[in-house]
Design a protein around this ligand. Sequence first.
Ligand code: C2O
Ligand code: CU
Length: 472
Amino acid sequence: MVSRRKFLSFPCAAALTPTALLAETSSKNISEAQSGFTVLQATTGTVQLAPKEYPATNVWAFDGTVPGTPIRLKQGERVQRVFENKLKQPSAVHWHGIRIDNKMDGVPGLTQKVVPTGGRFVYDFVVPDAGTYWYHTHHRSWEQLARGMYGPLIVEEENPPQVDRDELLIIDDWRLDNKAQVVENFGMMHDKSHAGRTGSWATVNSMGMDRAALSVQQNERLRLRLINVANATVFNLVLEGMQGKVVALDGQPLAVPEALGMLTMAPAQRIDLIVDVVTEQGKTAMLNIMSRGQKIPLMRFAVEKQRRDKPLETSEALPANPLPVLNSTSLATAPVTELRLEGGAMGRMRSATYKGREMGIRELVDEGMVWAMNGVAGMTEQPLFTAKREQTQRLKMINETGWPHGMHLHGHHFREVLADGKLGPWRDTLLLQPRETREVALVADNPGDWLLHCHMMEHQMAGMKTWYRVLG
Ligand code: C2O
Ligand code: CU
C-alpha cells in the first residue's frame, strides 16, 4: 500500500470531472453579531508533505494549512465560526461525530445550502461530548478531502485525565505524483468500484513518513489522539515501545479501557490512547503501519530524556459523556431496519434504482454509480427509517460486497449489538469487512434528517449514501 520515497506516477492524470454547479446565489446566514465570530476559511495553500528534495504540495485547506486550524474547547461550550469559501468550488463544513443541531451539520442539500465561491455560512453549535472529533468538507469530498480539507476538533473534559502531554496524530494517505502534487484523478471509476482512493504517501500532521517524529521522554505519559482523515484507506497501526490503553473510540470514552493491540482505523474513525513511553533514553519508539504482513515505519518517537524513573500507575477510564441510555429493555422492542450494501467490483449487483428508475449495471456505471443500498444507488425520496424522538432504533447492515466499508451515521452515536446480545462501545463509524453483517442500535434523540453513508468517499459518491429521519 505505502512505500517510502516511492511515488506512484500517473503519466496522464484523468481529466477533472466538471464542477457540480449546485451553488445557490447566496447562502449567507450572517447577522451583525455573528460577523464578530472567528473566520474559518477554505482556501488554497502549500505544504511540505514529501521529502525536502521534492516541491511543496499545493493543497486546498482550512485557513490554508493542513491540518486546518485546530479547534479546541471545553465540553458544553460553543463553536462559533464564520465559514468563508475562497475556493473555486462550492463547499460546506461537517463537524464529524458532534451530536449537533441538525441545521449545523454541514450537509449541502440535506441540512443547508452549499456555500458558493465567495459565500459565507455561520456555524454556531454546542459540543455536548468531550473527545476527539474533526471537521471536514462535505461537498465533493472525494476531491476536496483528498486535497486537504480537514482539521481537528478537540473537546476537553471538565477534568481531563492526568497526562504529561496531549498530542494529536492526524493520519492521511496522499496520492501524489512525482512532483509531489495531488494527482487530480478524483473519483476515477476504478477507485469508486474498488477500495476507493488510496494513496502512496502517508503523513502524520502533514509530516511525511520520512520525517514524522515527536521527541518524548522515558516514562512520560501521553494522550495520543489518532484521527484517520484519509479518503478511503483503512490503517492498521501498531505502536511499539509504549504501553497503555485505548481509552476512547470515535470520541466516546470506553467504560473499561482496552489493551493496546493492533489499531484498525477506518476512514473518519478516531482512537484515543493513554500510553507511557517505556522505551529507554536514546532509543526510539515507533508507530508502524502494518500492510500485507509488512511493517512500514510511519512515525518516530525519539526518547531524549527521562521524565520519571518509572511509569505512572495505571490510569482511570475517561469520564462518561451525557449519552442517552441504551439497554437491553429498549433494544428488545426496538424496530430493526435492514441495510443491504451491494455492488462494487466483483459484486453480484445486476441492477439498481437510480434517480427513481431501475437501471442495469452498464447504465449505472455510465451515471457513475457502482454501489447501492437496499437496491437504490444514492439518495432516496423517503428516509431509510423514521424514528420517533427518544425511540431506540436498530440498524442491521449486511455487507454483500467484496469490500470493506466504514459506515457513518450523522447526528447520533450508536452501539453495536453483539452476537451475545451485549452492546459494544459507542461509535459514529463502523468498519464492515467484506460479506460481514453487523447490527447497531441508537437512541434517536436528535431530531432532523441525517445522512448515513460509507466514509470511503469514492463509495459515497458512487451510490453508498442514504438518510434517516428523527421526528421533532
Ligand atoms: Cu465525516 Cu458525512 O461525514
Ligand atoms: Cu464503502
